[in-house]
Write a protein that binds this ligand. Structure first.
Ligand code: AMP
Ligand code: ZN
Length: 313
């Protein structure tokens, strides 16, 4: 950025927050970012004092930023630990695990690593076109199970305003508003075996997280998942609207959160109150067998008995 000066100290600026009409240098930017995250957490009651918080870290910019920022703003007396899930996608997963280990040592935060392979399959075993969905199911399951088994109060993820806005737009266009009405920056546990989930970066953009990671010199997994689609049209659309209407993304996700909290105080809460347990693994499930156990059974069946079943870890 040529000739633009930091509004705090007058040094050359590295970024301009159009939403806040402020330009910042590399030294002042991280403090501003941290203040924004702290404000989101307080304003939306995303995390409470003294909670045991499990941070799901993939090695990508968003969750790396999340682990670091929570450590930096922790005058809430949270007990913070990281969880990394090795999904067994080969070299990419090994590099991801290495990055997260490096981060854990650098910021002195304990790390739990769970291998999907220990549950009897990996993402590579899933059919090519089903891999993203399989990955989502496996991650959600392992996050909840690990958090509960280790006694955490809440699991946090690095979902950003871009992620949430893109997902919401896609669902609105597809006529599925049920997810949107359930979206909250903090989704309280609705059953004993379900751990509370929270998204402290729901008002931050990927670009803000990337700048934070770079300004703080944090280890980062640069490459993309080999199975991820090359383009995300919905995210491109969100960015294009943001380019033309500054503040759209943030206002949109705030609007969704507000809608959701009004809707849940009216009636939708009951929907989630009805839940049973999976007859295979005992985790919470709305049907007889949970999504994860169905996935595993499908993969084992597709492999034609070549894979041998392993016990749950
Ligand atoms: P994604 O589903 O890849 O968009 O990731 C969303 C969030 O899920 C990330 O910001 C992380 O907090 C978490 N996450 C994704 N992959 C992993 C992983 N392999 N291990 C732990 N957490 C993950
Ligand atoms: Zn199950």
């Amino acid at each position: 950025m040529r000739d633009v000066r930091c509004d705090k100290c007058g040094k050359p600026a590295v970024t301009t927050f159009r939403t806040y009409r402020i330009s910042l240098c590399e030294a002042c930017y991280p403090r501003f970012y941290e203040a924004l995250v702290r404000r989101s957490i307080k304003r939306h009651c995303i995390l409470r004092e003294n909670e045991r918080v499990l941070i799901a870290v993939s090695g990508g910019k968003d969750s790396v930023a999340l682990a670091h920022v929570l450590k930096k703003i922790n005058d809430f007396n949270w007990s913070l630990e990281m969880l990394h899930i090795n999904l067994g996608t080969g070299e990419y997963s090994d590099r991801a695990e290495k990055v997260v280990k490096e981060l854990s040592e650098m910021i002195e935060m304990p790390l739990l690593t769970v291998n999907l392979a220990d549950f009897g399959f990996t993402i590579k075993d899933a059919r090519m076109r089903k891999r993203c969905a399989a990955c989502g199911t496996a991650k959600r399951y392992i996050m909840n199970r690990t958090a509960r088994m280790h006694g955490f109060d809440v699991v946090v993820t690095g979902h950003t305003s871009d992620d949430i806005a893109a997902f919401a737009l896609k669902n609105i266009v597809g006529g599925n508003i049920s997810w949107i009405l359930k979206f909250k920056p903090r989704a309280e546990s609705f059953a004993e075996s379900v751990v509370t989930k929270a998204r402290p970066l729901f008002e931050r953009t990927e670009e803000e997280n990337r700048l934070y990671v770079s300004a703080e010199n944090l280890p980062l997994l640069e490459d993309r998942c080999p199975f991820a689609p090359h383009r995300d049209d919905w995210k491109d659309i969100v960015r294009e609207i943001e380019r033309r209407k500054t503040g759209f993304t943030q206002n949109f996700v705030r609007g969704i959160a507000k809608l959701a909290s009004e809707a849940s105080s009216e009636e939708t809460i009951g929907e989630r109150g009805v839940c049973g347990v999976c007859s295979v693994c005992g985790e919470v499930s709305s049907s007889d067998v949970c999504a994860f156990c169905k996935l595993r059974a499908r993969i084992v069946r597709d492999a034609g008995g070549k894979m041998w079943r392993r016990m749950m870890p």
